[in-house]
Design a binder for this molecule. Structure first.
Ligand code: ASP
Length: 439
């Protein structure tokens, strides 16, 4: 058994958190490869080290005094080192970093130092080998992640290394300059390492006991999901559930490796397993509920629309020409609506309206903003009778008007559109109908 374990920033924000992490790692000898984030927030108003580094670098890049900002970062690491009682000095490292800042080594370099330094500290505390991600995670000349080159290099490098710490979030371009993934990218590094060492499992440790059925800010006692498929995760993430970095799925999926989301502060909780496929039936008909506000519906009406071949294509082409992607296209006999992100659309609405008049000469065009989309997702819905009935009666009971309905042909999701103002009420109603009242 071989595991790759990634720990997020809140799991590594202080010496006491790092001690918990070390206990978790030492409790299971198969936890051989560790991918740390930079120290995150210790309390809600705290600042993540990554953000402190960006701020310090931005000051340096403007030629302003950045040393006091660096001192605060140094103090955070020193507090951790002292709290762990380590015989380690980062003075030399900080001297190099400050020198690179003065020479304007770039924001990616700056941000990456959070993980780099944390990797050194954690490797020392665990007694594991430190491997600089810049040596094993490769980006191409254009700055895109080079998956196959990285895979080969990492496999070769880790072949004979039993236990190692590889910092998350960054790698290097062919010329050696540091490049980061987008924010939250340590999840991606963890997945890449898991694939390279052919891990049996990729454990992603965070500060919640798995993926919740719905957003706990809306349903505070939302329960965790025990098993989730990659496809369900994709649907939920797309609709706004924040679980992990989207790009983290691809490497583990390629390697057929399950992901286990776990809680550093409650390591006894089993968390959520994310798998390619499972014959385990979910406890409830639905696996999860997610949604987003801020959509606009462009409603087009034209008599005898149903007889016009190519109508839909011409409409969508107008959106394409304006660089707007569409989410859904509900239609009637003489009506065709296009749902778009309001923020992407507002600046271009008049140009879209003019384009539609030219392209399809509609009778009317009506814009309806401030809509929310909610997806209920679940492999358990397939061929299950009454799912839509339960959904609609739950919403009717709470007096939520449904503006749009869309069920994917895979029967993995049903998406509904409601007013922004009804968003939270609708999610609570769905949760109660499918989860609370089924217990
Ligand atoms: N430290 C980086 C961030 O704050 C990357 C990560 O934590 O995954 O985004």
């Amino acid at each position: 058994m071989k595991k790759v374990v990634k720990f997020g920033g809140s799991s590594l924000a202080s010496a006491s958190q790092i001690k918990k992490v070390a206990d978790i790692i030492h409790a299971d000898p198969s936890r051989q490869y560790v991918v740390p984030s930079a120290p995150g927030k210790r309390f809600s108003d705290d600042v993540k080290v990554t953000d402190m580094l960006y701020q310090a670098y931005d000051a340096a890049a403007k030629g302003e005094e950045f040393e006091p900002k660096m001192k605060r970062i140094r103090d955070r690491y020193q507090e951790i080192i002292d709290g762990l009682g380590l015989d380690l000095s980062l003075e030399q490292e900080f001297a190099v970093i400050e020198d690179y800042f003065r020479r304007q080594a770039g924001r990616d370099y700056a941000a990456s130092r959070g993980e780099y330094l944390n990797g050194i500290v954690i490797a020392k505390h665990l007694g594991y080998r430190f491997i600089d991600a810049a040596e094993v995670i490769c980006f191409d000349e254009k700055g895109f992640f080079d998956s196959e080159k990285t895979h080969e290099l990492l496999r070769e490098r880790l072949k004979n290394v039993e236990c190692a710490v590889i910092p998350g979030f960054y790698g290097a371009m062919p010329d050696g300059s540091v490049k980061t993934f987008s924010r939250g990218g340590s999840d991606v590094t963890g997945a890449i390492v898991a694939r390279a060492v052919r891990a049996d499992i990729y454990e992603n440790w965070t500060d919640v006991s798995g993926v919740m059925i719905t957003d706990p800010r809306i349903v505070p006692d939302a329960k965790p999901i025990d098993t989730l498929t990659y496809q369900e995760l994709r649907e939920l993430s797309y609709m706004g559930a924040s679980v992990m970095h989207e790009d983290a799925i691809f490497p583990v999926r390629k390697g057929g490796i399950p992901i286990n989301i776990r809680n550093t502060n409650a390591p006894e909780d089993p968390g959520t397993m994310i798998v390619e496929s499972t014959c385990r039936q979910p406890k409830y008909i639905i696996t999860g509920i997610a949604g987003k506000k801020g959509f606009c519906s462009v409603n087009i009406e034209k008599d005898m629309m149903n007889t016009q071949i190519g109508f839909g294509r011409k409409v969508l082409q107008v959106f394409e020409e304006n660089g707007i992607s569409f989410e859904h296209t509900p239609s009637g006999i003489d009506t065709f609506s296009v749902l778009v992100h309001q923020s992407e659309f507002v600046d271009k609405e008049q140009s879209v309206i003019a384009g539609l008049h030219q392209a399809v000469q509609p009778d009317t065009i009506d814009l309806e903003g401030d809509l929310a989309l909610i997806a209920i997702v679940g492999r358990g819905m397939k061929a299950k009778k009454g799912t839509a009935g339960l959904l609609f009666s739950a919403l009717a009971h709470r007096r939520v008007n449904i503006k749009m309905i869309d069920q994917g042909s895979s029967e993995l999701n049903i998406i509904i559109g409601v007013r922004n103002d009804d968003f939270e009420t609708a999610i609570r109603a769905i949760y109660d109908a499918f989860v609370t009242s089924q217990d």
